[in-house]
Design a protein. Structure first.
Length: 287
């Protein structure tokens, strides 16, 4: 993954396709999908739809974390399932960072608000004390913004981005020890260590256009992506995998305590398990 300087507002068309094949036809399945980009300051979702094959009625709701969820049930036997999420999103360069609060202000605000939910470890963001000690050393004397960058750098220096190096169930400590992982591992580690030094942090799931200077109307294969947001007077996005602020090439879909809160597709089915899903993401810059 590469980085790019901000070049202004852009429009991105995104097509996210997930194909699930079963070893034998599933008798039924119950599904929920988190693939619809949010509308936020600096990001406007102009069009979004989720379609399913076999065809099924869908419904939408907002979950506790503020993510749009699409649900559907398939009550007839089906040997495979294809979910296609299509969206058109307008994004803008990030605003200037807010003035850094003092650590006392961060502590007080965290203790008296929902920030507390993003300050405690979860099953996916628990790390050994020795790693928290390293993070505290790296952050010594720094303000919250500087701390977020320093801890992100600490993780990125240790864990190289290597597709296929880990699985969805790899723990942050395992990724640290082997020195390689994917954006999910790097994000979980960074979130865990920021919480360890006293800075509320949350896991962000979404998309990153793989070509920062993309030509208009040329489809480009990519993938979903993960990065962090930390609280320093306001929520601020940072991409530790790419060592950059989240910018107009990043598209936010969901935010939560860890991956379990933002999983793009989850559900249950009656039948025999098949192989892993086949996932593709195609980006087209249209403006």
């Amino acid at each position: 993954m590469t980085t790019m300087s901000s070049t202004g507002t852009r429009r991105l068309r995104i097509k996210h396709t997930t194909r699930v094949s079963y070893a034998q036809p599933a008798a039924s399945s119950h599904n929920e999908v988190r693939m619809t980009p949010l509308t936020l300051p600096g990001q406007t979702t102009l069009d979004a739809r989720v379609t399913v094959n076999p065809t099924a009625p869908t419904w939408s709701y907002w979950d506790y974390w503020g993510t749009q969820v699409t649900g559907f049930d398939l009550m007839d036997p089906h040997g495979d399932l294809t979910i296609t999420a299509s969206s058109l999103v307008e994004t803008s360069p990030p605003e200037a960072l807010p003035p850094a609060p003092t650590w006392a202000e961060v502590t007080e605000r965290t203790a008296t608000s929902r920030l507390l939910e993003f300050a405690s470890p979860t099953g996916r963001t628990t790390v050994p004390a020795k790693l928290v000690k390293k993070a505290r050393k790296a952050a010594a004397g720094l303000d919250p913004h500087e701390t977020a960058v320093a801890v992100s750098e600490l993780v990125a220096d240790r864990v190289s981005y290597l597709p296929g190096a880990t699985s969805v169930n790899t723990s942050p400590a395992e990724a640290w020890e082997q020195g390689a992982g994917v954006c999910q591992d790097i994000t979980h580690l960074t979130v865990a260590l920021l919480r360890g030094v006293g800075l509320p942090a949350r896991y962000v799931s979404g998309y990153l256009h793989p070509e920062r200077e993309a030509e208009l109307h040329r489809p480009v294969a990519g993938q979903s992506h993960a990065w962090i947001e930390y609280w320093a007077g306001d929520w601020c996005g940072y991409d530790p995998t790419n060592r950059t602020r989240a910018d107009e090439s990043h598209v936010v879909v969901a935010r939560g305590r860890d991956y379990d809160d933002v999983t793009p597709h989850k559900g249950i089915y009656r039948g025999v398990a098949g192989g892993p899903p086949d996932v593709s993401v195609v980006f087209t810059r249209v403006g």
